[in-house]
Design a protein around this ligand. Structure first.
Ligand SMILES: Cc1ncc(COP(=O)(O)O)c(C=O)c1O
Length: 396
């Protein structure tokens, strides 16, 4: 008998929950706070820059493999300006088709069959698929909810214990989707020390670097011994609200960038030509852009977090990203479907016209995520207020 068409390493990755929930939102006319994309486009001048590039014939043909020089220079200037990190635009930067391709290419480049990858669970859904495609074995370290502190915590002992002789790399994400946790200086220092001690690479997904409301974002590459072993990933999708442009980047030591490029060139080779020129201009926007963007999102976070708390959820108020994780159990067994996030999310559009996603999809240990549900607040204030109004009916 013939094997099923899908490669068995990908068999567990069927249709994503986002597709199911977005379809449910469309069918029921519910407000979609499931998927994390802004409902307002990024700055007008950046859109104009893309139009100019298209009209002027910049990027309409294959751009250079590593990315257009203007964007590579802008990425380096950004890392220098915000974090004091110096990178060589010719040897230490690679432009990718969004952060997703950067993650996939980095995993394909660094992993061999059986290599173990430690990732912080719950994790962004492409990590598990990327590790599987590269033949690696994922080793989740679970971030635990601390209800009293209202945040998720990394247990550093658990992380240390997860490292074995087969561990090749740690796949980190801070600010963290979906929990909204921003790893602290102490946590990052401990991770850096562990990586150096055990001679591990780190791929660090920092796409929400400018969406930090409490505390600060500290790139892992700034810690002693880390610059040469860290692959840092950024994305214009999150920083400038152009998720459809798919422009991302990698910064790392030359040997690592060369390795990632070796894999990347056979995925897409290159992409997003004219958008690369526009993102180069975006990265040079004054600090005021970044501050205003963050402050606007902080207000939205507060409106949705307060609304969810008033509706009866236990709220993990995020320090960063544009997601709020909630615990549905305080809503009671009937509404929360006995704390089953899947059943709750499937019933929420009918019940009150809002779509969210169950955090269990981001876990290997699904039971750990069962009663948690994620809402996105990268939406217009009026949309969030409307959603909050609808969610009120849960409390009634
Ligand atoms: C943690 C994380 N990494 C990467 C991505 C994808 O970024 P891009 O759209 O640039 O591929 C997302 C998108 O939601 C994300 O949440």
């Amino acid at each position: 008998m013939k094997r099923p068409p899908l490669n068995r390493s990908l068999a567990e990755f069927g249709t994503t929950i986002f597709a199911e929930m977005s379809a449910l939102a469309a069918r029921t006319g519910a407000i979609n706070l499931g998927q994390g994309f802004p409902d307002t486009d990024g700055p007008e001048e950046v859109r104009e820059a893309a139009v100019r590039a298209l009209r002027d014939g910049r990027g309409n043909q294959y751009p250079p493999g590593p990315g257009v020089p203007e964007l590579r220079a802008a990425v380096c200037a950004h890392q220098q300006h915000w974090y004091g990190l110096e990178y060589d635009p010719d040897r230490e930067v690679l432009i990718t088709t969004g952060a997703t391709e950067a993650i996939a290419a980095a995993l394909l480049a660094l992993l061999e069959q059986g290599d173990e990858v430690i990732a912080l669970e719950p994790y962004y859904d492409s990590y598990a698929a990327g590790i599987a495609m590269a033949g690696g074995t994922r080793v989740p370290v679970t971030l635990r909810p601390d209800a009293e502190a209202g945040r998720y915590r990394l247990d550093l002992d658990e992380l240390r214990d997860a490292v074995t002789d087969d561990t090749r790399l740690i796949l980190l994400n801070t600010p963290h989707n979906p929990t909204g946790t921003v790893l602290s200086r102490e946590e990052l220092a401990a991770i850096a020390q562990l990586a150096c001690e055990r001679d591990l690479y780190v791929i660090t997904d920092e796409v929400y670097e400018h969406l930090v409301f409490d505390g600060e974002h500290i790139p892992l590459a700034t810690f002693p011994g880390m610059r040469e072993r860290t692959i840092t990933i950024g994305s214009a999708g999150k920083t400038f609200s152009f998720t459809g442009w798919k422009v991302g980047w990698v910064t790392a030591a030359p040997e690592l960038v060369t390795a990632v490029r070796s894999a990347k060139q056979f995925l897409t080779y290159v992409a997003s030509g004219p958008f690369q020129y526009a993102v180069a201009e975006a990265l040079a926007l004054p600090d005021a852009y970044y501050t205003a963007f963050r402050d606007d999102l902080a207000l939205k976070r507060d409106v949705l977090a307060d609304g969810l708390a008033a509706a009866g959820f236990a709220v993990y108020r995020p320090a960063g990203t544009y997601f709020i994780t909630t615990d549905i159990r305080p809503l009671g067994p009937e509404i929360s479907a006995d704390g089953d996030g899947f059943a709750f999310c499937r019933s929420l559009p009918e019940r009150c016209g809002v779509v969210a996603v169950p955090n269990a999809v981001f876990y290997d240990h699904r039971e750990q995520g069962a009663p948690f549900v994620r809402f996105a607040f990268c939406k217009q204030m009026s949309v969030l207020e409307h959603a909050v109004e609808r969610l009120k009916s849960l409390a009634a």
